[in-house]
Design a protein around this ligand. Structure first.
Ligand code: NAI
Ligand code: 2OP
Length: 309
């Protein structure tokens, strides 16, 4: 069966996401952006790599969001990164306008698609996309926790000098500085990392994970990360198109789980063909649960400040 993924935003994250999707032969891709020529040029360049890379999927570029028609998945990366000195609220206002107007068009032209939000502030934009689309909750989700967990896993693997694939963890909560790494579910080859790394060192690694995005911004001087973010978004695309039922931390709509209601926040979910097929309510320590609630409170406050219904 032919699958189609539309990627909104032909910037760093969007272009790399589109490239990885076709290189993995997951689906045909339509890359969209507001800047004339940008998605067309990038799509053409990626298309010309097909004979060398050995993929058979088609990729096209467009400025017409109606071309999201028949998409199985729409990955949303359009918008601005947070500039130095800009508050989360200011960023939400700037990107909120883009998300609202583009999602309205997507919902009209691709009413059966699943939306994966990437644009920041992630959980706020995911909630806005869900509200704007009118889609069922299982069909609108945000990518943040896979990236935060990947960073934590990479740092832990480096510290222990073991394979990064051996590290299992869950970073929950909002994609931001209130994220919640869950100690009780962090293992290396099944061994709790708290038995392998001293508390002080582990706390320093957690702190580095929380600042993972900012560390890269500071090094790059302009723009933010895109390699690990696109890998993380594509992992979600792959799980949904392959109906693989993988469990990932994903920003999902909560209806009372963890004591949180009517908000999107990162929690463990099962991803399959229908989107979010289950939300897991795992046992957390009091500190972790409190952290998750605080994280949700911060998302709620920013969303209310948007004053977009
Ligand atoms: P970028 O600046 O390279 O690309 C953004 C693209 O959006 C640009 O090509 C721009 O022309 C386009 N755009 C702007 N307004 C538009 C509109 N109305 N319709 C369609 N396209 C529009 O930025 P980058 O690095 O790709 O990041 C994109 C977003 O993803 C940012 O908000 C960033 O903070 C976020 N991000 C989120 C991550 C996560 O873990 N959730 C990780 C990395 C980035
Ligand atoms: C990141 O974590 C900026 O959200 C982006 O790299």
């Amino acid at each position: 069966m032919k699958r189609k993924v539309s990627v909104i935003g032909a910037g760093f994250v969007g272009t790399m996401t589109a490239q990885k999707i076709v290189e993995k032969n997951l689906a045909d891709v339509t890359l969209l952006d507001i800047v004339e020529g940008l998605p067309q040029g990038k799509a053409l360049d990626i298309m010309q790599s097909a004979p060398v890379e050995g993929f058979d999927r088609q990729i096209t570029g467009s400025n017409d969001f109606a071309e999201t028609e028949h998409s199985d998945i729409v990955v949303f990366t359009a918008g601005f990164p947070r500039a130095p000195g800009m508050s989360r609220e200011e960023l939400a206002l700037k990107n909120g306008g883009i998300v609202k107007s583009v999602v309205e068009t997507v919902a009209r032209h691709a009413p059966a698609c699943i939306i994966i939000m990437v644009t920041n502030p992630l959980d706020v934009m995911t909630h806005l996309a869900w509200k704007t689309s009118g889609f069922p909750a299982e069909k609108v989700m945000g990518m943040g926790g896979i990236l935060d967990s990947a960073r934590y896993r990479a740092f832990l693997a480096e510290e222990l000098n073991v394979s990064a694939g051996n590290i299992e963890t869950m970073v929950l909560g909002s994609h931001g500085d209130t994220m919640v790494p869950v100690d009780t579910h962090t293992t290396a080859g099944g061994i709790p990392v708290s038995r392998l790394i001293g508390r002080d060192r582990l706390d320093a690694i957690i702190e580095r994970t929380k600042n993972g995005g900012a560390e890269i911004v500071n090094l790059l001087k302009s723009g933010s990360a895109w390699h690990a973010p696109s890998s993380s978004a594509v992992a979600m695309v792959e799980a949904i198109l392959g109906d693989s039922k993988r469990i990932f931390p994903v920003s999902a709509y909560l209806t009372g789980q963890y004591g949180i209601e009517d908000m999107h926040i990162g929690v463990p979910v099962k991803l399959g063909a229908s989107g979010i097929e289950e939300i897991y309510e795992i046992t957390l320590s009091n500190k972790e649960l409190e952290g998750l609630k605080q994280s949700a409170g911060a998302v709620s406050k920013t969303f209310e400040g948007l004053k977009i219904s």
